[in-house]
Write a protein that binds this ligand. Structure first.
Ligand SMILES: [Zn+2]
Length: 253
């Protein structure tokens, strides 16, 4: 509520230049099929996003106004039917030109050995910090989306998951009954996927989802937005929860 008051009391965000907006809409695969109300909500959210959050280039990344807008649009798209308050609690997107290397560390408490390794990432999000994205992967997600792979959806899903302070694969849900059913259905699908991987079968859903419940939620969210039919066939209960969560009744996009 405090957040809402601040929004209502604050300055309205600067409007987005129409030519720039339409240029990016035509760049994002499938965006032109959006309903007029859905498009309006998306544009309002994106304007708020641009006035509220910093988009910071890193590692020599060159961001045109169009790229900047594209990144903001992709970040807002998953919450188009939920509302801007779902993007609260963080203030920056850091954009690398391509996938970026990060140094990982893990201290094995039993042996006292510190393991270190390098990861190549297309995106990352910090618990109380920025979302980090690769511009190359953002452009690919927009222009040539691959079923089941959408780095911005993945990172925003982690941010939604974190809104209740726990990274556990469950975003804040309006009632306890739904939360219980969500956890049971997701656990069931998670276990089934893990069993397929264990017996050496090629699962239809990216086995990276088996890393943890939070990665599972982020990965199935990618399918929800890029290949909902496949998700509905492979994991019907999960698909239903996501449809209900991302598109509350009364929204049509
Ligand atoms: Zn992840």
């Amino acid at each position: 509520m405090k957040w809402l008051t601040r929004w209502l009391g604050g300055r309205p965000p600067a409007p987005i230049d129409s030519a720039l907006w339409h240029a990016q809409v035509s760049r994002i695969d499938g965006a032109e099929a959006l309903s007029p109300p859905g498009m309006r909500r998306w544009r309002e959210l994106t304007a708020r996003f641009l006035s509220d959050k910093a988009i910071t280039p890193a590692a020599g990344c060159e961001l045109s106004d169009g790229d900047r807008l594209l990144v903001a649009m992709l970040c807002c798209a998953p919450v188009r039917d939920l509302g801007y308050e779902w993007l609260r609690g963080w203030h920056e997107v850091i954009v690398y030109p391509g996938s970026f290397g990060v140094r990982r560390q893990h201290l094995d408490e039993d042996t006292g050995v510190l393991h270190e390794w390098d990861d190549e990432l297309a995106g990352e999000c910090w618990e109380q910090g920025p979302v980090i994205l690769s511009l190359e992967d953002c452009v690919q997600a927009a222009e040539a989306p691959e079923p089941g792979y959408q780095v911005v959806v993945h990172e925003i899903a982690h941010k939604l998951d974190l809104l209740d302070g726990r990274l556990d694969g469950v975003p804040p849900l309006p009632d306890a009954g739904w939360r219980r059913r969500w956890i049971a259905d997701f656990q069931h699908a998670f276990d089934a996927l893990q069993r397929e991987v264990d017996v050496g079968r090629e699962p239809r859903i990216d086995p990276y989802a088996c890393e943890s419940p939070d990665e599972f939620y982020a990965v199935v969210s990618e399918y929800h937005f890029t290949d909902p039919e496949l998700l509905a066939e492979a994991m019907p209960e999960v698909a239903e929860h996501l449809a209900r969560f991302y598109h509350p009744p009364g929204t049509d996009s």
